[in-house]
Design a protein around this ligand. Sequence first.
Ligand SMILES: NC(=O)c1ccc[n+]([C@@H]2O[C@H](COP(=O)([O-])OP(=O)(O)OC[C@H]3O[C@@H](n4cnc5c(N)ncnc54)[C@H](O)[C@@H]3O)[C@@H](O)[C@H]2O)c1
Ligand SMILES: O=C(O)C(=O)C[C@@H](O)[C@H](O)[C@H](O)COP(=O)(O)O
Ligand SMILES: [Zn+2]
Length: 362
Amino acid sequence: METIKVKTPSKSYPVFIGRNATNSLPEFIREHFSQVGKILIITDEKVAGLHLHTVKELLSGIGIPILDYVVPEGEHAKTFDVFFACQSYALSQNLNRKSMIIALGGGAVGDLAGFVAATFMRGIPFIQVPTTLLSHDSAVGGKVAINHPQGKNMIGVFHQPEAVFFDLSFLETLPPRELRSGFAEVVKEALIQDPGFYSWLFANVTRLDTLTEEQLLHMIKRGIEIKAAIVEEDEKETGVRAYLNLGHTLGHAIEGLAGYGKFSHGEAVMIGTIFALHLSRKKLQLDIDLEGFIDWARGLGYETEIHEGLNKTDILSFMKRDKKVISDIVTFVLLEKVGSPKMANISDSEIMDNLSVIYRKN
Ligand SMILES: NC(=O)c1ccc[n+]([C@@H]2O[C@H](COP(=O)([O-])OP(=O)(O)OC[C@H]3O[C@@H](n4cnc5c(N)ncnc54)[C@H](O)[C@@H]3O)[C@@H](O)[C@H]2O)c1
Ligand SMILES: O=C(O)C(=O)C[C@@H](O)[C@H](O)[C@H](O)COP(=O)(O)O
Ligand SMILES: [Zn+2]
């Protein structure tokens, strides 16, 4: 099993990665959280059917009552109503400040359960047990949130987990579309920080359905190392952490405007990344074979364009509420080189002019 240590000003914690990494969860809780009175596992309907019994079985011998609360899948979990229902359930089961939450699922579950943990009685500990490729990104770094109809992750806090157990065996049940969604965040991490890793991905990953466990482990580990290093330097996003938002300015707008679920998070981020690469070429003379990148993305099954139903004016208005906006100017993460990101203010008219590159031509 691989272990990566994350050290932020508010908390240091381990990330365990490997097949059956969750086998070490009972021992970790016994060793570090023996005083915990109750554990609440928050998971979604799909993951509950697939993996909840395994985790509950593992924890059955630790002598702490284990409860579970099952929420809807995907972005449907990141709503105020579901958040409130989790709090109500926790109160009805007499959880208190000596309780702990386990987030079992993908990024949506992790974001929701982490926010429930951060706010229940002003904050209790939680452990991330990610089950998607994407959640190598979401489980690390402590951004936890729910959505508002006006934007993604608008209501949230920073609340670091006590540990992350990334069990590769859970990925075996992941549908191809979810693998694709997660791979977009791997590409993002490579683009912002590691040209060698990016070249490796570009040369070696031409299909997502034939990835070996060794390849998956490599990309999850390297992705987490990159994320952890950035979060260690800037836990609360006052500076470099914003680089992890490459592709997200437009990505969040596409996700939100199309209706959550139409594009998965990673699918939308991939289109946002293509737009950011296009702007980077134009504004910062980024030397990249963008057409080759787009062909690669298409070959992996990504949509690389959007249709007229998502109109430019709505996209711009949505992006005006992005958390990186400064004095009403939309700020994008661009690249000077692969591995060298830079923040850039882009005027509304420039955004409108350039958005045409991501519209379907016929
Ligand atoms: N906090 C952060 O730093 C951060 C980083 C990246 C993304 N995010 C958020 O994460 C979310 C996207 O993450 P995600 O794609 O993992 O979300 P998700 O939790 O919605 O999972 C995607 C789908 O896969 C299913 N699933 C999960 N694990 C499975 C498994 N092992 N086998 C079969 N099906 C499984 C889920 O039920 C769901 O339908 C978005 O809300 C995004 O905003 C947060
Ligand atoms: O950890 C971060 O910082 C990120 O930006 C990671 C992103 O992949 C993730 O989607 C995050 O939730 C976006 O945050 P937001 O602040 O733009 O809502
Ligand atoms: Zn993301």
